[in-house]
Write a protein that binds this ligand. Structure first.
Ligand code: C5P
Length: 241
């Protein structure tokens, strides 16, 4: 794989609590990563201005707000995400088939060209265990529910899922090759594991079938973040040579 292709697959998690620091990271890493992920903390504090700031640098945004509400509310929020010109946003597959399919329909109707965000579904959060599910009345083991929800999302017209690296092969097998898989919890050989438990290296994740990797601390905590991003890109590029 070329370095540019490998770079386009790296999403930097902008896990910071203030606007200026977000801006410094975008300015430092634009050109070194493919996209920036904005999550609930930054978005709750600064709103769409954060997205506009990133796009002002010519960079792309994954809006990680994990919508989960009644179908009409999620569909309407999704239209706003599209108006912000984000490239990816996500919702919880546990919101159900109608929530997902109504969102897909509205988005495709109001943004009929190719120029609309891709929608990702979160299946089961990686912080959940089989016991967490049992407590809320779901009896099946985590991997079974993950695959079931991924298949349901695909049927509803969702473009892909966010999944732990270890779930990638199962999802790829169940959902086919044109379904996007975005994986956090990736740790290059040179980085610390932090609090991530079920990890793979970037090369392993790509070989297993990930399309995009969400990476935070292995880049942000490195002595030279630009060099760390480039080392990760090299790892990904060489995984498929
Ligand atoms: O710093 P690190 O590389 O662990 O950051 C990973 C990013 O991916 C964080 O923003 C984290 O919230 C997110 N994430 C995750 N595991 C999930 C879903 C999202 O680590 N299952």
């Amino acid at each position: 794989m070329t370095r540019d292709k490998a770079r386009s697959r790296v999403i930097f998690a902008l896990d910071v609590d203030n606007f200026d620091s977000a801006k410094r990271w975008v300015s430092l890493l634009k050109g070194h990563v493919g996209m920036f992920k904005v999550g609930k903390q930054l978005f709750t504090a600064y709103g769409p201005d954060v997205v506009r700031m990133i796009e002002g640098f010519g960079a792309e945004v994954f809006l990680d707000l994990k919508y989960h509400d009644i179908p009409n509310t999620v569909a309407s929020a999704s239209i706003e995400a599209a108006r912000l010109k984000v490239k990816l946003f996500n919702l919880h597959a546990l919101g159900g088939y109608e929530m997902m399919s109504r969102t897909v329909e509205r988005l495709h109707r109001e943004f009929p060209g190719k120029d609309r965000p891709a929608i990702l579904a979160v299946t089961i959060l990686t912080s959940s265990t089989t016991e967490t599910l049992r407590d809320v009345g779901i009896a099946s083991p985590v991997p079974e529910i993950v695959v079931k929800l991924a298949v349901l999302a695909r049927k509803a017209g969702i473009d892909g899922v966010v999944a732990s690296p270890l779930e990638v092969p199962l999802i790829r097998e169940a959902c086919g090759s044109d379904f996007l898989i975005v994986t956090p919890g990736v740790r290059p050989a040179f980085a610390s594991q932090d609090d991530q438990k079920r990890i793979m290296t970037p090369a392993e994740a790509v070989k297993a079938g990930s399309d995009f990797l969400v990476i935070g601390r292995p880049i942000s905590a490195a002595p030279d973040p630009q060099a760390a991003a480039e080392a990760i890109i090299e790892e990904i590029a060489s995984a498929e040579r």
